[in-house]
Design a protein around this ligand. Structure first.
Ligand SMILES: Cc1cc2nc3c(=O)[nH]c(=O)nc-3n(C[C@H](O)[C@H](O)[C@H](O)COP(=O)(O)O)c2cc1C
Length: 393
């Protein structure tokens, strides 16, 4: 970390206010709610519902947001914060900030440039992308589109172990530097809006690109996905995920790869401890953005106990409900090493492709940088629970 840190706050704010002097307004809405509304205006209703929606009544989506409101920041003053540094090291790589882009599948439904656009935007800002195991462009093509991006691969564990291991091996070969195993989507959540719309992108052939290119997957088909797309889609529905998975099964992946393996979807402290005991390199506290269980614990509510249980043995990452810099500050203060930004970057992609993702992430980093300094901290490592109070209301 020899180079000077980037001051996102100063640079971004100056750029936007200077443009304002010329009568210009930001092309992409600054407020996350206005951004979502912009995307909503542009997208077909069923696509908007698919991205915005959650399980059942949407209670967990709300709970994720309310959990942030229950923590208030108590800033410190006179702390010499002119020179701030958001950079952090994770698994031997220096990231621009403790921020990654969450794995979100089937992105071509919101914009034709899809995952390659997201990867290029992330690369430009030094923010890693976690590529979904259900991406609309294959993992190799995303790697080619943004070779300089720090890329992690999110794995859906198939009942066909050879397929699971093949996907992981391909990701490693293509330069992905960590594997994220998502554990809360073994069954599809009961999503009322999607059911009402009869809309599931993966059943329409979107999201299978990495599988369709996989030799093990192809060996399960009588005809290639190019020749018989419907049969490939039906096969994907059968083999993409394994509800019978158990802790012992993880061993096969642990043996195959030396890449860091993180378990995503951890909400119980005992599961976090098990992950550590099984040789996993990190956990991601997440409820899938409220898409799987209606009435699940908010991710932020689960975080402190998990941090305590893991006790510094592996990094604890966090997602679900991160919208602004202050949300990231709260999660980091409660012990997360990094946060994953989810839906907001998808709205940016919907609004303006690669440039939209770049704007959204840049605004998020600038907000984080500003709020960090205003809290009296020059680095994220200084954040700790002392900075937060539970709102009595
Ligand atoms: C449309 C959509 C698709 C998603 N697809 C995946 C996926 O393929 N794999 C995965 O692990 N998580 C997936 N997620 C969950 C995200 O990785 C992340 O946990 C979630 O978006 C965080 O919630 P937030 O966006 O409300 O902050 C998806 C989320 C959304 C909104």
């Amino acid at each position: 970390m020899e180079s000077d840190p980037v001051s996102y706050s100063t640079q971004r704010g100056f750029q936007i206010y200077s443009a304002g002097l010329r009568g210009e307004r930001p092309a992409i809405p600054i407020s996350p709610d206005a951004l979502e509304q912009r995307a909503r205006d542009l997208l077909p209703p069923e696509v908007y519902d698919f991205v915005a929606g959650g399980a059942g009544s949407g209670e967990t989506i709300q709970a994720n947001r309310e959990a942030f409101r229950r923590w208030r920041i108590v800033p410190r003053v006179l702390c010499r914060v002119a020179r701030r540094d958001l950079r952090m090291a994770l698994f031997g790589t220096t990231l621009s900030a403790p921020v990654l882009l969450a794995p979100i599948g089937t992105l071509s439904i919101v914009h034709p440039d899809a995952e390659p656009a997201v990867a290029r935007a992330a690369a430009a800002l030094g923010v890693p992308i976690v590529l979904s195991g259900l991406s609309s462009v294959s993992l190799e093509e995303v790697a080619q589109a943004a070779p300089e991006a720090t890329r992690w691969f999110q794995l859906y564990w198939s009942p066909n172990l050879d397929l699971t291991l093949s996907l992981a091996a391909r990701a490693e070969k293509a330069g992905y530097s960590a594997i994220v195993v998502t554990l809360d989507a073994m069954l599809m959540g009961w999503r009322e809006r999607d059911l009402q719309n009869g809309y599931l992108p993966s059943l329409r052939g979107v999201g299978g690109a990495s599988h369709f290119a996989d030799p093990v997957f192809r060996s399960l088909l009588a005809r290639s996905p190019e020749e018989d797309r419907d049969a490939a889609v039906r096969q994907l529905a059968k083999v993409f995920s394994n509800p019978d998975l158990c802790w012992d099964d993880l061993e096969a992946l642990r043996r195959q790869t030396r890449l860091p393996i993180l378990l995503k979807s951890i909400l119980h402290p005992e599961d976090a401890v098990r992950a550590v005991e099984r040789g996993m390199d990190g956990v991601i506290v997440s409820n899938h953005g409220g898409r799987q269980i209606d009435g699940s614990i908010a991710s932020l509510e689960a975080l402190p106990e998990i941090v305590r249980a893991v006790d510094g043995r592996v990094p604890v990452l966090f997602d679900s409900g991160i919208r602004r810099g202050s949300d990231a500050i709260k999660a980091l203060a409660l012990g997360a090493q990094a946060v994953l930004l989810g839906r907001p970057y998808v709205w940016g992609l919907a609004a303006a492709g690669e440039a939209g993702v770049r704007e959204v992430v840049l605004n998020f980093l600038a907000d984080l940088d500003t709020t960090l300094g205003l809290c009296g901290c020059a680095t994220c490592a200084e954040l700790n629970p002392e900075l937060l109070r539970r709102d009595p209301k």
